[in-house]
Design a protein around this ligand. Structure first.
Ligand code: MN
Length: 409
């Protein structure tokens, strides 16, 4: 029930309430909450709420929400996030709050969305068995598809936090070194195998001290929310540089994330068992905290949906990734972000990157306009979208994560 005039099946109903950072003409960026096709100016409502009805015994959310990123709110931790969600739900459902709240709903058409998080540290994992197997077959055809460690730990690498950009930001084609196996020497120039990776990104809050780990059972205390993440990848640069230390310039030029952070609280009805782990992971990665998420993604290439990856196929859970990331005592900071790795399922139509979808360029994709593609061309636009089941038959929307490729400079 809500005083808002929203259909029950709206993907941004009061069961969702994702956070972002927005501004309107002439105002500074601040935290907003998406409700239907509006953005609730969260700090403005919190300020009124403190004076008029109070915010309970929780922290002063006004100060945290007046900021140009979610980081101060992320720093407050799980208890504050829960109190905030309960209070927002009350404000948007109890008619007693309508008159005070309605003036602070801003139509989406009037806002500019900004990067929601000042990304602290960025890690990208590799948690899809189908993706890892396919890439193994393509990059290392003479070896076992999965490396010997793959089923024992969630593999990842540290990426470049400073080049994480918000949905809608153009992506300039990267330039660098590449050497095909048949080439005698490397050459330098714009990437000719520019790709995407459809992923979920997990936004981390709270903090730990150096030397302290996040146990699997406590991971939910730090997993604040989920974004759509496009890990733009220059496969020709990557293939030449990645042995022995992993991805570097082939992935550090841009990573796009959606503007709305869907909270893990909004995704409780989307929790599903993992598809099965064999062998049983070591004890620090085993237990009830390891659950999957039933998120349905789609990959749109210039207006044609070319793939529909299912997140529930992922081998490693977000909680296992966070537990592994910190098991050596590495700290967690508010604003940390980790990507799941490309979400790929067993069928061709559920592969989450073009390297796999076109089998390294050997099987071109035909778009609805009749053109064919293997890798990205200048001017191409890729948009990721996703939904998940919400409570009582509702749908949780993620919005979209989009970017357009611009020519190399
Ligand atoms: Mn990736």
């Amino acid at each position: 029930m809500t005083w808002l005039d929203l259909p029950a099946d709206h993907p941004f109903g009061v069961h969702n309430l994702p956070y972002g950072v927005f501004s309107t003409a002439g105002t500074t960026p601040r935290v907003g909450v998406r409700v239907g096709d509006d953005v609730l100016d969260a700090s403005a409502v919190a300020r009124i709420g403190r004076d008029a009805v109070g915010v309970g015994d929780g922290p002063d959310l006004t100060a945290a929400w007046e900021q140009p990123s979610l980081n101060p709110f992320l720093a407050l931790g799980r208890d504050a996030w829960s109190a905030a969600r309960a209070w927002l739900t009350e404000v948007l459902t109890d008619p007693v709050h309508e008159e005070r709240t309605r003036p602070h709903l801003v139509p989406l058409a009037e806002v500019t969305m900004h990067l929601p998080v000042e990304v602290a540290d960025y890690v990208d994992f590799y948690a899809s068995e189908h993706h890892a197997s396919n890439v193994g077959r393509i990059f290392r055809p003479d070896s076992e598809p999965l490396t010997p460690n793959w089923k024992h730990l969630p593999i990842g690498y540290h990426g470049r936090a400073g080049t994480v950009v918000v949905s809608g930001t153009d992506v300039v084609r990267p330039t660098g070194q590449r050497k095909a196996p048949a080439d005698a020497a490397p050459t330098f120039g714009p990437s000719i195998r520019l790709d995407i990776e459809a992923e979920l990104g997990f936004v981390v809050g709270g903090a730990t001290t150096l030397g302290e780990r996040v146990d699997l059972a406590d991971a939910d205390e730090h997993l604040f929310g989920v974004v759509l993440l496009d890990d733009w990848s220059a496969r020709d640069l990557q293939a030449w540089e990645y042995v022995p230390l992993g991805p570097f310039l082939g992935k550090s030029f841009a990573t796009s994330i959606s503007a709305w952070v869907v909270t893990t609280d909004a995704l409780r009805a989307a929790r599903v068992p993992l598809p099965g782990q064999d062998p049983e992971p070591l004890p620090y990665l085993a237990g009830d905290g390891a659950y999957g998420l039933d998120v349905h993604l789609e990959v749109d290439w210039n207006g044609t949906v070319v793939s529909r990856p299912e997140y529930r196929e992922m081998y490693w859970s977000p909680a296992q990734m966070l537990a592994h990331l910190t098991v050596n005592g590495a700290t967690v900071r508010p604003g940390d972000l980790f990507g799941s790795g490309t979400v790929s399922g067993p069928e061709k139509g559920s592969r989450g990157c073009f390297l796999e979808l076109t089998w390294s360029g050997q099987e071109p994709v035909t778009l609805d306009d009749g053109s064919t593609r293997t890798f990205l061309e200048d001017g191409d636009t890729v948009t990721l979208r996703a939904t998940a089941p919400g409570p009582d038959g509702t749908v949780v929307g993620f919005g979209e994560c989009t970017g357009t490729v611009r020519p190399a400079r």
